[in-house]
Design a protein around this ligand. Structure first.
Ligand code: 5GP
Ligand code: ZN
Length: 139
């Protein structure tokens, strides 16, 4: 993908603070971190959506991301980490090369992930679960 910023990072055309790479994935520090150490794990193959990444590569991304989370936690003496992936504009995806964020977290880091908690009307939960199961396609 010629104009993709993350493909350029993988190819070394744009510099990055690399933590890890192998034949499937590349991991480097996010330039605008939520906390210092905030890392992005990306597939070397260009995929806009996480949903098209082959399972062995997606699995490698998750494995590497969680191990980097542990390494960051130890190195920065923090308490935990979030894994986050935005798929699509509506979900907040800005760079259209799928990427998994690893965000090191401290108990008192003053960053609040503001999940809201809606309440299902009667029957809606079972209805959505059944409909989603009906549409689910796995290879
Ligand atoms: P998204 O919002 O798409 O999930 O996250 C994209 C992330 O990529 C952002 O957190 C942003 O800071 C990071 N980013 C964008 N451009 C660059 C870049 O050129 N270098 C690095 N290291 N990170 C980038
Ligand atoms: Zn790309």
């Amino acid at each position: 993908m010629n104009n993709c910023i993350f493909c350029k990072i993988i190819n070394g055309e744009i510099p990055s603070a690399k933590i890890y790479e192998d034949e499937l994935v590349y991991a480097f520090l996010d330039i605008s971190p939520i906390n210092f150490g905030h890392t992005l794990v990306i597939p070397k193959e260009h995929h806009e959506s996480a949903s098209t990444i082959p399972e062995h590569i997606a699995g490698r991304m998750f494995h590497v991301a969680s191990r980097i989370g542990i390494a960051l936690k130890r190195e920065l003496d923090l308490d935990g980490y979030n894994l986050h992936l935005a798929d699509g504009l509506a979900a907040g995806q800005v760079v259209m090369h799928a990427h998994l964020h690893v965000v090191p977290r401290g108990v008192e880091d003053d960053f609040h992930w503001n999940w809201r908690q809606l309440v299902y009307p009667e029957g809606k939960m079972a209805e959505i679960a059944a409909a989603a199961a009906g549409r689910l396609k796995l290879d």
